[in-house]
Design a protein. Structure first.
Length: 437
């Protein structure tokens, strides 16, 4: 039950039913499922493990949540402290439940099937808005497409598309059935279309990056197929994206000599000034836009860089924890990719390590130009990365038992004490074999 509720909770984290369907908001579906999942985990059977668990990633996430809380505790406004703590603790709850329940590769596959479905809902809803609503719709600000809830900004929508694309693509390699291989393709095309409509330079470059890496590691395409699809796909996305950029008033190319880039430079300068003013705990979670003008940005703008935002708002403590999350997750995936490559080179675990790694690379690239430390997909990938590393330890034991059994089978069989077949005589004997009376 805890596993089923955890999968549903992860689906709701992306799908956001209370935002898409306002009638459900009063029921607080996310909190309800989160409480039920925690209760099911508490009363359900616990899986004992004799393996030592690596908890560095968990410690960094806990530290980052605490840094968010301490950054606003300095203002002594308790309702705000409670609000920020609850908001960031939701990430910790989802991370913990996913980590505790993803104990097999099949469970991991089901989890990401539902998450991919939720991303598909986000993309389809955005496409529906673009083709059925007027330019005055809130999801079409300045012609740039966005979605709803946590993805109500064009850069936010572009980020989830970039992070989800390599994971959806990997289902082509994971499925052996030809029909099942075709199912992810419409969603992949929809994600490309939505990303182009966001008119985000970082989104276009990030999508080209993850598409290239995904196709280079695509097993189903074959060596010739990889390059035959890779170059045209990236070129088409880049050309169409560049054409769409011409419709933006603040950014019409990739030269970096426009108003959008200058705003980023101003915001990064303001972020450095904020960090200098309070280097230990920062200026407060979520306060960057309202303080940016006071610290030299010239206007109330976002940081346009997640790392700068985190350091400015939560200080060195929060910044170190945030970087620790990214680096530890990447290193964990790299270890799993190498280790599984030795004991199960054609195993599905290797494919998952590649998909999560490329997704995390896309996240790191895009968030250098946008703000999204509070991104569900980041913590879902981080939890899955650590679950994959824990799974390796179990698979190693199974592998060693198989090797030991194979070695025993290869040993020379013992000399038989049975009599030779009738009609055979021992060497040096003149008498045939006699059967006792």
């Amino acid at each position: 039950m805890a596993y089923f509720l955890t999968v549903l909770l992860a689906f709701f984290a992306i799908f956001q039913p209370g935002v898409l369907i306002p009638a459900l908001a009063a029921a607080r579906p996310f909190f309800l499922i989160a409480i039920l999942a925690l209760l099911a985990w508490m009363v359900g059977p616990k899986q004992s493990s004799n393996f030592k668990q690596d908890r560095k990633l968990s410690y960094f996430i806990i530290g980052f949540i605490l840094a968010q809380t301490f950054s606003i505790l300095q203002f002594f406004y308790i309702p705000w402290v409670i609000e920020v703590t609850i908001e960031w603790s939701k990430l910790g709850i989802v991370y913990f439940l996913v980590l505790s329940q993803m104990t097999t590769e099949k469970r991991l596959t089901r989890l990401w099937s539902f998450i991919s479905l939720a991303v598909g809902v986000i993309a389809v809803q955005a496409m529906w808005v673009y083709h059925s609503q007027g330019l005055d719709h809130p999801q079409l600000t300045g012609g740039r497409l966005s979605s709803y809830g946590a993805y109500s900004g064009a850069n936010d929508l572009a980020l989830i598309v970039v992070c989800a694309w390599p994971i959806v693509f990997k289902f082509i390699d994971l499925n052996k059935n030809i029909f099942l291989k075709l199912i992810p393709i419409p969603l992949l095309l929809a994600l490309i279309y939505v990303d182009i409509r966001t008119i985000s330079r970082a989104g276009l470059l990030g999508l080209s990056l993850v598409m290239g890496l995904s196709m280079l590691r695509g097993r189903s395409l074959g060596k010739l197929g990889r390059w035959a699809l890779l170059i045209p796909a990236v070129v088409i996305v880049f050309i169409l994206g560049s054409k769409m950029l011409l419709t933006r008033g603040d950014a019409q190319d990739f030269s970096g000599k426009d108003e959008s880039v200058q705003n980023r430079f101003d915001a990064w300068y303001a972020g450095g000034a904020m960090l200098k003013s309070n280097p230990i705990i920062g200026v407060g979670s979520g306060r960057f836009p309202e303080l940016s003008d006071d610290f030299g940005a010239g206007a109330a703008i976002q940081a346009h860089n997640t790392i700068i935002k985190v350091f400015a708002e939560t200080g060195i403590a929060g910044g170190v924890c945030y970087l620790g999350i990214l680096i530890t997750a990447l290193l964990s995936l790299y270890r799993s990719w190498r280790r599984f490559g030795k004991i199960k080179p054609k195993g599905r675990e290797v494919l998952w390590a590649e998909a999560f790694g490329i997704s995390l690379i896309g996240f790191c690239f895009n968030t250098q130009f946008s703000v999204k430390a509070h991104e569900w997909l980041l913590y879902l990938v981080a939890a899955s990365a650590l679950a994959l590393e824990h799974l390796y330890k179990k698979e190693t034991l199974i592998y060693m038992l198989k090797v030991e059994k194979a070695m025993e089978a290869m040993e020379e069989p013992p000399v038989s004490d049975e009599l030779p077949p009738a009609g055979d005589s021992p060497p040096g004997s003149d008498n045939p074999r006699k059967v006792p009376a």
